[in-house]
Every structure is written in structure tokens, then in C-alpha cells.
Design a protein around this ligand. Structure first.
Ligand code: IPE
Ligand code: IPE
Ligand code: MG
Length: 273
């Protein structure tokens, strides 16, 4: 094989590995190719890359977080329009407290600002806001904003918009284990009844389907302690696009890519639905 051919073969393999081979780049074209009967029920997004996006522009990291809110606004709208059941976004992890105080404060303020600014439109569009994570450890103003949004939208029947706030997959498993252990200790639950279903029913995400699709923008290939139980069989979509640049077209590309995967769940090709 000649050098040029080899390079092009390696490139094709790399694109295939990344998942974006043959994905149309035009929104109209993708919309026509998307199968409306195979829309993911639950999409999870690790909203990453804000800091690098800002720094590349010679701006402070918080500028990137602000820009990221615009992406969130557009993606929530698009998910609702596409009739996706659940959108879970990773907004603040249990590890993000390690960041400088100013950055943490800016993120908390943005959350509050986002909720009060968007609530009317979200409510009108029938979006139901929920949260997962140790929200009770967030500053009071954040807790207040989150409960306000949750209560105001509780009866809506559109997209379930789930904000992962002070969320960690490991701390979720700790909280889940504690909740189950408490019931066992109180004789409400025999040990033998602990199975996968029971654990699932005690997670923060109880009642929600597992994500079908996980999107991580900005080039990193890791889970970063997100939904570690729930992602067991989720399809992973990766892109180099930074979160503040992530738009409806990127979402459509991810959905198209997802629809062209073969999910086997440990079974054999063509035998699983
Ligand atoms: C994601 O962007 C936002 C949060 C973690 C809150 P980052 O702030 O992690 O941006 P990078 O990854 O440093 O570019
Ligand atoms: C994951 O991104 C958390 C959020 C997007 C909220 P991080 O930027 O915190 O993850 P690492 O540190 O790169 O793994
Ligand atoms: Mg990051």
C-alpha cells in the first residue's frame, strides 16, 4: 500500500472510531435522514470545554461559562422540539469544588441567572425541570432557584430537563447505598430483595430511563464521574467542538450517529431491539 493510501485508510479508521464518519454536515440533510421513530429517549451531555474556549480567545474562563449558557439554551429547545424524553446535563461535579473560588462563585451565579431568565419560556414550552446531585450542599440562592424551577414546572409534560448539580456518580452510589441500608436496618427491606432494579429505583435518576446517548464535546475521552451506573450500555458520542460552540447541528449529528450504531447489549447482531 502506498503512503498516501495508507494515510487515507488510517484517517478513515480514525473517523470511524470517533463516530463521525459519513455524518452529513448540513442540518436540512440530517433532519431528512433522522428516523423519528428512533429518537433517543434520554440524552446525557457533559458540557465541557468552556474554559479552553475562553482562554483560546484570551478571555477569562468565566467568559466561556457564560458562552456555554447560550449553547444550553439552544440545545434544550432543540431537544424539546425533537421530542426527546429526557436531557441530563452535567453542570457542576462534586470535583468542581477544587476550582478557584471565583470560578465556583461565577458558576453558581450563572445557574441562578439562567433559571430566572429562562423559566418563563421553559414553562411555556412545557419543559419539566429537575435536578440530580447533592443540591442541598449548594449555596442557598441556588437551592432556592432550583426548587422554584422544579415546583413551577412539575406538571409539565414536555422534555424532562435534568440538571446535574454538585453531582458525582460515586457520591450517588454512596447515597443510594445509604438509602437502601437504612431500609434494611429498619426491617423494611430483606437483603435478598436487593437487585439491579432495586438499586436503580434508589438512584437520583429513579423513574428515568438510562441514557441512550452520551455526548462529550471538547476532545476529552472520559466519563469524569458522570452517571456511572446509568451509562452501562449508553452509546458514546464524542466531538472536538467545544461546548460554547456546540449548536443544534452538532446535536443532530450526534443523534444521526447514534441512529447508525448497532446496539447489542451483550447479545448478537440483529437480535436485539
Ligand atoms: C465545563 O467546562 C464546565 C464545568 C466544568 C462547570 P470546563 O470549565 O471544564 O472547561 P475546560 O474543560 O477547562 O475547557
Ligand atoms: C466534567 O468536566 C464536569 C462538568 C462538565 C460539569 P470537568 O472539566 O470537570 O472534567 P475533567 O476534570 O476534565 O475530567
Ligand atoms: Mg473541563
Amino acid at each position: 500500500m502506498g503512503d498516501e493510501k495508507m494515510v487515507s485508510k488510517i484517517w478513515e479508521l480514525w473517523k470511524k472510531y470517533r463516530g463521525d464518519i459519513n455524518v452529513p454536515t448540513d442540518a436540512e440533510q440530517i433532519m431528512q435522514s433522522i428516523d423519528r421513530d428512533k429518537i433517543p429517549r434520554h440524552i446525557a451531555i457533559i458540557m465541557d470545554g468552556n474554559g479552553r474556549w475562553a482562554q483560546k480567545r484570551g478571555m477569562p474562563r468565566t467568559f466561556g461559562h457564560k458562552a456555554g449558557v447560550e449553547s444550553l439554551r439552544e440545545i434544550v429547545k432543540a431537544c424539546n422540539e425533537l421530542k426527546i424524553g429526557v436531557l441530563t446535563v452535567y453542570a457542576f461535579s462534586t470535583e468542581n469544588w477544587k476550582r478557584p473560588k471565583d470560578e465556583v462563585n461565577a458558576l453558581m451565579n450563572l445557574l441562578v441567572e439562567y433559571i430566572y431568565k429562562e423559566i418563563d419560556e421553559l414553562d411555556q414550552n412545557k419543559v419539566q425541570i429537575r435536578s440530580i446531585g447533592r443540591v442541598h450542599k449548594l449555596p442557598d440562592k441556588c437551592q432556592k432557584a432550583v426548587s422554584f424551577a422544579r415546583e413551577r414546572t412539575a406538571d409539565n409534560d414536555g422534555l424532562v430537563f435534568n440538571l446535574a448539580l454538585n453531582y458525582g456518580g460515586r457520591s450517588e452510589l454512596v447515597d443510594t447505598t445509604r438509602a437502601i441500608a437504612r431500609k434494611v436496618a429498619d426491617n423494611q427491606l430483606p437483603i435478598e430483595s436487593i437487585d439491579e432494579q432495586l438499586i436503580t429505583a434508589h438512584l437520583y435518576t429513579a423513574g428515568l430511563p438510562d441514557p441512550d446517548l452520551l455526548i462529550r464535546p471538547s476532545g476529552d475521552y472520559r466519563i469524569s464521574n458522570f452517571l456511572i451506573w446509568q451509562l452501562a450500555y449508553t452509546e458514546f458520542w464524542h466531538t472536538d467542538v467545544m461546548w460554547p460552540d456546540f449548536r443544534r447541528l452538532d446535536l443532530l449529528r450526534a443523534i444521526y450517529g447514534y441512529q447508525n450504531r448497532e446496539r447489542r447489549f451483550g447479545g448478537l447482531k440483529g437480535k436485539n431491539k
